[in-house]
Design a binder for this molecule. Structure first.
Ligand code: FAD
Length: 170
C-alpha cells in the first residue's frame, strides 16, 4: 500500500469501519480415523487432515460459536450418517473462528474513500476468493490497473449497499 493509505483486511473486525459486515461464528473438529477418499460436502463437509478426518462446520450468528460438545456431537452424527463404514474416533483438534458476512453474501473488495480500502465479507469461501481479491485491492491501493474486470469490481464494490439504500430512499 502507498504510505498514505490504509487497508482494512481484518475479517469480521472490519465491521468497526464498515457496518454492512456481520459476524457468523463456527467450529470444525479433527477426529482420529479414516477419511473419505475425496473431500465430500453435504452442507457440512469432511476431508482428510493431519491426524485423521476434519469435519465441519457450524454456523452461529454472532461472534460466539458456543460450546464445543454439541458441535462435536453434531459432527460425529453427520459423519456416521454420511459414512456408515467409517468411524470418527477421538477428537484430535478443534478450531473455531468468526466469518465476516455481507447482506448479499458477496465479499467487499475495493475503496472505502480516497485513501482507504477494505477486503472483507469473505464468508465461508475465503480460501478460494482471498488471493484474487487481495491482488485487486493491492492494485487499487497502488494506483495500478485493477485485477478484476469492471463487472466483478462492481459486484464487490464496498459502496454497493449504500447505493442500494439510497435507491430505496433510505
Ligand atoms: C468454522 C469455519 C470454517 C471455515 N471453513 C472454510 C472453508 O472450508 N473454506 C473456506 O474458503 N473458508 C472457510 N472459512 C472461512 C475463512 O476462514 C474466511 O473466509 C477467511 O479466514 C477470511 O479471511 P480474512 O483474512 O478476511 O479474515 P480472518 O481470517 O478472520 O482474519 C482477520 C484477522 O484480522 C484480525 N483483526 C480483527 N480485528 C482487527 C483489528 N481491529 N485490528 C487488527 N487486526 C484485527 C483478526 O485477529 C484476524 O487475525 C471458515 C470459517 C470458519 C469460522
Amino acid at each position: 500500500c502507498r504510505a498514505d493509505c490504509i487497508v482494512f483486511a481484518c475479517g469480521a473486525g472490519a465491521a468497526a469501519w464498515y457496518p454492512d459486515i456481520s459476524p457468523s461464528a463456527g467450529q470444525v473438529a479433527v477426529f482420529a480415523g479414516e477419511a473419505p477418499a475425496q473431500p465430500v460436502t453435504w452442507g457440512g463437509y469432511a476431508c482428510a487432515a493431519p491426524g485423521g478426518v476434519l469435519v465441519g462446520a457450524t454456523h452461529v450468528a454472532g461472534e460466539d460459536a458456543g460450546p464445543d460438545e454439541p458441535a462435536i456431537a453434531g459432527f460425529r452424527e453427520a459423519y456416521a450418517r454420511h459414512f456408515p463404514s467409517l468411524k470418527a474416533g477421538e477428537v484430535v483438534q478443534t478450531w473455531r473462528g468468526v466469518r465476516a458476512s455481507t447482506p448479499d453474501r458477496l465479499p467487499v473488495a475495493g475503496a472505502l474513500g480516497p485513501r482507504s480500502f477494505v477486503l472483507s465479507g469473505l464468508g465461508s469461501r475465503g480460501f478460494a476468493h482471498a488471493p484474487l481479491l487481495a491482488e485487486h485491492v493491492a492494485a487499487l491501493a497502488h494506483g495500478h490497473m485493477p485485477a478484476l474486470p469492471r463487472s466483478a469490481a462492481e459486484a464487490f464494490d464496498p459502496a454497493r449497499f449504500e447505493i442500494r439504500r439510497q435507491r430505496r430512499g433510505g
